[in-house]
Design a protein around this ligand. Sequence first.
Ligand SMILES: C[S@@+](CC[C@H](N)C(=O)[O-])C[C@H]1O[C@@H](n2cnc3c(N)ncnc32)[C@H](O)[C@@H]1O
Length: 286
Amino acid sequence: MPKPSEPHRQVTAVLDAARRRLGPDGATEAALLLRHLLGVSRAWLHTWPEHMLTPEQAGRYEALVERRAGGEPLAYITGHREFWSLDLAVTPATLIPRPDTETLVEQCLARLPAETAVTVADLGTGSGAVALAIAHERPVCRVVATDLSEAALAVAAGNARRLGIDNVEFLHGRWFEPLTARRFALIASNPPYIPEEDRHLHEGDLPFEPRSALVAADHGLADLKAIVAGAPVHLEPGGWLLLEHGYDQGEAVRRMMSDTGFAQVETFPDLEERDRVTAGRLTATR
Ligand SMILES: C[S@@+](CC[C@H](N)C(=O)[O-])C[C@H]1O[C@@H](n2cnc3c(N)ncnc32)[C@H](O)[C@@H]1O
């Protein structure tokens, strides 16, 4: 805690110190953390570089910068991440939504005609990213979002309320379990797909994210297999299954879907042109 005698500090001075502490990407992150602390816009920071922080504010800012310097994800420190232009609350109970997952949303929307009221499922919804993006773009659709983590579901439901998106229903349980006998026009999922032994689990934001949101057995394929196997009894005739997966899992997922009776099986690339999403259509129901 700062002592009462400590001087007030200027915005530019605290930003400079934070930049040095945070390294190569320091400038952007230092500014984001200060905006978060003060609740101000980027324009405000540019307009008022000589604004004085109280010693108490400067102390709280230093604490935030130290958390970031210790590797904690920026999204967990600020409690927010933007996905599909939606401001989502995130907590350590939820995966931090990735830009690559917007490919999954794009491919879902391409299969959901704008004015057609159908039901859609998002399995393993986390912060609600995929379900809320689809529900927001297709207000006539009903979206059912499930997760095994009650804490994640609470965050997702809070996001829906705050964003005023009321066409999503949140259900707790393991993959298809909470859906009972319901069928959907489209099922989307971004399940855990990182192999247990993958070295990336020790890098960047991943060590801070829930392992249950990241890791799957069987070289990362166990949950993808479970979802492909369970999808046919929950799809309407002509229904679509869309799965996000690892950049090197496209062939395995295409094979799973084809072997399970899906047609029009195709893989789509992410922003870096790596295999990321595979879609397939069920022609006959089970
Ligand atoms: C990779 S995260 C995706 C989160 C979110 N859909 C997104 O794209 O940001 C996977 C999610 O699946 C959930 N999950 C893991 N195993 C599950 C299971 N057996 N049944 C249901 N959800 C599960 C995790 O809690 C996590 O929220």
